[in-house]
Design a binder for this molecule. Sequence first.
Ligand SMILES: Nc1ncnc2c1ncn2[C@@H]1O[C@H](COP(=O)(O)OP(=O)(O)O)[C@@H](O)[C@H]1O
Ligand SMILES: [Mg+2]
Length: 342
Amino acid sequence: MSELLLDLKNVTKQFKGGTVALDNISFSIDADNPSIIAVAGESGSGKTTLGLMALGFLTASSGTVLYRGKDIAKMNGRERTEFRKEVQAVFQDPFAVYNPFYKVDHIMEVPIANFKMASNKKEAREMMEQALISVGLRPEETLGRFPHQMSGGQRQRMALARALLLRPKLLIADEPVSMVDASLRATILEALDKLNKEFNITVLYITHDLTTAYHVSDYILILYKGSIMEAGDVESIIRDPQHPYTQLLIGSIPWPDLDRVWGEDIAVIDIEEDTSMESKVGCKFAGRCPHVMDKCKVSPPPLYWPDDNNRVASCYLFEDKEVLPGNDVGTLFQSKKVAVAR
Ligand SMILES: Nc1ncnc2c1ncn2[C@@H]1O[C@H](COP(=O)(O)OP(=O)(O)O)[C@@H](O)[C@H]1O
Ligand SMILES: [Mg+2]
């Protein structure tokens, strides 16, 4: 069996105050198949919580998060340093992250120094220039500047270049384009794609936008109120959703949108929120589901294979089908062969 980069085992996160942001999520990422995995769902579905758990910034209420087989809550100093280097993040707000008094050079020099990535200044400078070029920025127009002298799109690409310096294995990108001008989004998504294809970095692309998820990702995981509704091959799920919740989401995007160019104005997941009939014990979607059955309100459905081997859906409509063994949707993200050999 190949090595697992990240392995979430039955992870639940309940915040003080009672909100269950993630409810028994199992999801692994294979080290040998660098891919772009979208985590999609409307606001409040638990996407950011999932990203923060993967980064080790939040601890699980129950379950474990492993990186290369090590529980990230129990790593020793050396393991933690390696983890901090190999798992990088970019966040939504490209304005908030950087101290406005430091030039881009300084912002990029810090990780090089902290992780001893270069042996001298010249080497550090070359690394910075290479990283900037890789994300489509011109070093001569970027170094020497202050962050406020750059556009939101340039700043997000600089954040990607900074992450790239550390040669990460995994990049958590939480809504990286949602605060950036529509006209500049494509450049960021292209940079994400390049980081994946040229540098073999697995990208967890967290988004509430199904159109960009469709264009940039290989796989998708659809979250609703902290539970996985449907997961697997992005083409199968967006073109032919099986879970009633995914069908509702996709139904709210006009079809031609999927063929639009990246970065034009985006199709945002925006459907009516109604928690009044929300099921506390059964399927989270039962209160809004057009196909709801009595059992849906009693216990949450497992993940079934509704059709071929490309995706799973947590829905009793597929009760006569096989259940995903081990509950780990990551097995669908590793390779199609693994899924077929079930
Ligand atoms: N620090 C926190 N304390 C309490 N509740 C939180 C906290 N962070 C997130 N939540 C709640 O957890 C749920 C999931 O939030 P989040 O992961 O931010 O969702 P998303 O990124 O999909 O919008 C929401 O109901 C949110 O209000
Ligand atoms: Mg979020």
